[in-house]
Design a protein around this ligand. Sequence first.
Ligand code: HEM
Ligand SMILES: [Ca+2]
Ligand SMILES: [Ca+2]
Length: 301
Amino acid sequence: QLRVGFYGSTCPNVEPIVSAVIREVAASNQNIAPVLLRLHFHDCFVQGCDGSILIDNGDNAERHAFGHQGVGGFEVIERAKAQVEAMCPGVVSCADIVALAARDAVVLANGPSYEVETGRRDGVISNLSLAENMPDISDSIQILKAKFFDKGLSEKDLVVLSAAHTIGTTACFFMTKRLYNFFPGGGSDPSINPSLLPELMTTCPQNGNVNVRLPIDQGSSDAFDNQILQNIRNGFAVLQSDASLYEDVVTRSVVDSYFGMFSPFLGISFEADFANAMVKMGRINVLTGFQGTIRRVCSAF
Ligand code: HEM
Ligand SMILES: [Ca+2]
Ligand SMILES: [Ca+2]
């Protein structure tokens, strides 16, 4: 079973070691926090939180799947793993390092800290086709809900975890359909606020460079805050999947719950809910006990 402090006696310094590596990398790479947070999500949603996305064994490796487009941070995990191995060889799983790194990333962006359960084991399968069911930006809200339900996550988890988009950037690659080809005949998504649309079109012109990046949380992409939820309410969502959270009565009411007149008095806090949802996501289909293995190098079985 997963538990906080699983390595308490076998590798007591694992958490400070991982945190130190993340901080060191962050000193020269400002984008690393969102990248590491996203990596944990993409690991957990395919074959569970088992480090499957880290395997790099050829063209058919899971990490090359279309649904993992833009995912990174592999070198950072490998670097942390090498330092952990030097201290406690063969003890700590790569899957746990990914989970710890995601928490450290949230903290770096001034988000909530939370205790990470550990004890995950590393998976022994990596296959491109297994990532076919990753949530996609053009999925309808019904499909997004179904994909989260399938992992034991609720509508509230869908909203709160999507709000991880409070930090980070997207490539124009993910914007072109929403901006220029939303309808069969072309055109842009009418749910985009008219005062945001020109700016998005300028950054991501039609037939322009799809690798150009733009902030996902307009005006607050470096800070871990609830601005992303405010933006979703106001038609300032950048990603189509975020915008669609406001189309469904249930997910819309979750978004709105953070802005109700009495929300502060009811103790409704996005930060606290996010921390809880991350713990929940970190439990998806985990391997424990004698299942799976502990890899020596995260990219290889
Ligand atoms: C609901 C389904 C989701 C969809 C369709 C989705 C889609 C995307 C897309 C298309 C990007 C831009 C990637 C790029 O261009 O590099 C992105 C970025 C990001 N996503 Fe999600 N996402 C979803 C849920 C989540 C969840 C649950 C988390 C974490 C808990 C997350 C964390 C992030 C972060 C932090 C970034 C910024 C990455 C960076 O700056 O490099 N996303 N997401
Ligand atoms: Ca996985
Ligand atoms: Ca933000």
